[in-house]
Ligand binder design. Sequence first.
Ligand code: COI
Length: 360
Amino acid sequence: MRIEYRLLPDCERKEPPAPGAELGFGQLRTDHMFLMNYSDGGWHSPRIVPYGPLELQPGAMCLHYGQTFFEGIKAFKHADGEIYCFRADKNAERMNHSAEILCMPAIPEDMQLEAIHRLLDVDRRWCPSEPQSSMYIRPFMFATQDSLGVKPSKEYLYCVMLSPSGAYYKGGFSHAIRLLVTRKYHRAVSGGTGTAKAGGNYGASLRPQEYAKSFGADQVLYLSADNGAIEEVGTMNHYHVLKDGAFIIPDFGDSILRSVTSLSVLELAALGKARARQEVIRVDKFLDDVASGEIIEAGGFGTAAVVSPVGEYVFEDGRTLTVGNGGVGEHSRRLYEMYAAMQTGDLPAPDGWLRQVKHY
Ligand code: COI
């Protein structure tokens, strides 16, 4: 791919945050972004340009019919000073899955990876290295054709932006969150767009999230609209841990996003480095098992969330149910520490999970 570089002169580049500064999640931007257009049946004009406003017609179809999706990927600065992208190939694959679901064009995975790596190379001085921090990479695609007919757009823009970030939930891994158990709202239905990282899925999650907050919870534990089985949390997959230390992740079905973190935990289990499997989980049985102590820990897996423990389930009638000791459990801690150490290069990761960003 022949990428055009239109880079800021050194004197116009911003200063990255000082080491140790509070980064927050998704707040900061680096100096540049990657853009590529799709029209006349093909991708063209790949370029790295200063990060800034995009020009868009008011009739751009993404603004009206939600033809847009995104990904979330992380890169880490290792002790050797180099930057390594973590499992971006999995996200590139899921990007094309989302594209298929939303009738949008695929981007060859090697092109996506090159775009990400070249942008990381240009803005490499922004990559943080504090514990629980990373360069959060946000690729996304949206429909740009100026047309009001409800049909797939013929034109798109693919964009990659970077955000040096800390933990997704305030307090990071050491803070256990609360989930509202409700049958009032559902995230996705069978046959819908639940397996895509569609912007609309996240837009639709805002009202349930506000509802959860009104009960003092951080997020909703979504249940299947079909059979009440546990699905996911919207910003992450859900897991629980049995007394014997096994991590149980809900069966993906076709209404749950296939979290790269969940897939990685399952792969670690296949390699004998963790105990994990998938099951259909009936919520009533789940809650009984939490109450009886059969389930000793719970939490979420996600790129942004990594491993985020859940301490309490909250109900609309005011009841609450504590998992284990209500804090961060030992199994979750051990898994988190192993996974994070693999990401940062402090423990060897399975082959192919980390790819060094070249100095192009
Ligand atoms: C991620 O884990 O990267 C996500 O996309 C979740 C996000 C909505 C913050």
